[in-house]
Design a protein. Structure first.
Length: 211
């Protein structure tokens, strides 16, 4: 269901209402996070990490959830300095119990500023723009500005594709050309932008080189 909340508190409660009922029930991580399958989740990770040399890079994973991106990177034998943030305390408590080799914080980086400017090589985010919050394009635009502030190299994120064969009101779907045009018009810091499509029938990934 589309979020009809006008306030930030209301939108946060909408996010909590989506994730919290799935937690603590022994469900696999991909189901807690709302992905259609583990294979689809990991296919997204494969694409997210496909065009970048991550070795020994400082990575910020925004909306880190249960730390599955770090698990994927670790399984590939890639050494990174990883930081994950999520606004849901339950997510952070769960991921900390996994004892993964990263730092995890419960925080909203769009309101809190614990990290210095250009303090990460790569900003990743997978799925945080998917829930239909009623202001998705506005949120994406503002969030990207924060990512540019924090990244000294790359910003990489995925979105649901407006050409998805199975669309639900719960989620928001994007036109990839409109996203590129919006971001390049608003952010002169973008030095290059590439969209990868076709790996799933409902998703695309955006790679932005920023300065």
């Amino acid at each position: 269901m589309k979020c009809k909340c006008k306030t930030e508190v209301g939108k946060r409660k909408h996010i909590e209402a989506y994730y919290k009922p799935k937690m603590g029930k022994g469900l696999p991580d991909y189901k807690v996070l709302g992905w259609e399958s583990r294979e689809a989740q990991y296919r997204r990770f494969e694409i997210l990490t496909s065009k970048i040399d991550m070795q020994n890079k400082k990575i910020l994973d925004v909306g880190c959830g249960l730390g599955n991106l770090l698990e994927y990177i670790e399984n590939k034998g890639i050494n990174v300095e990883y930081t994950g943030v999520d606004i849901l305390e339950d997510m952070i408590e769960n991921v900390k119990s996994k004892n993964l080799p990263g730092k995890f914080y419960c925080m909203d980086i769009f309101k809190q500023h614990p990290f210095g400017v250009k303090s990460f090589d790569i900003i990743y985010t997978s799925g945080i723009f998917n829930l239909n919050m009623g202001n998705n394009k506005e949120f994406l635009s503002k969030a990207f500005g924060r990512f540019v502030e924090l990244s000294k190299g790359m910003v990489v994120f995925n979105l649901l594709d407006i050409n998805s064969p199975d669309m639900e009101d719960t989620y928001y779907y994007y036109n990839h050309q409109e996203v590129v045009e919006m971001l390049t018009a608003q952010y002169s810091q973008i030095e290059g932008i590439e969209v990868v499509r076709g790996y799933l029938n409902n998703d695309f990934t955006v790679f932005c080189t920023v300065r």
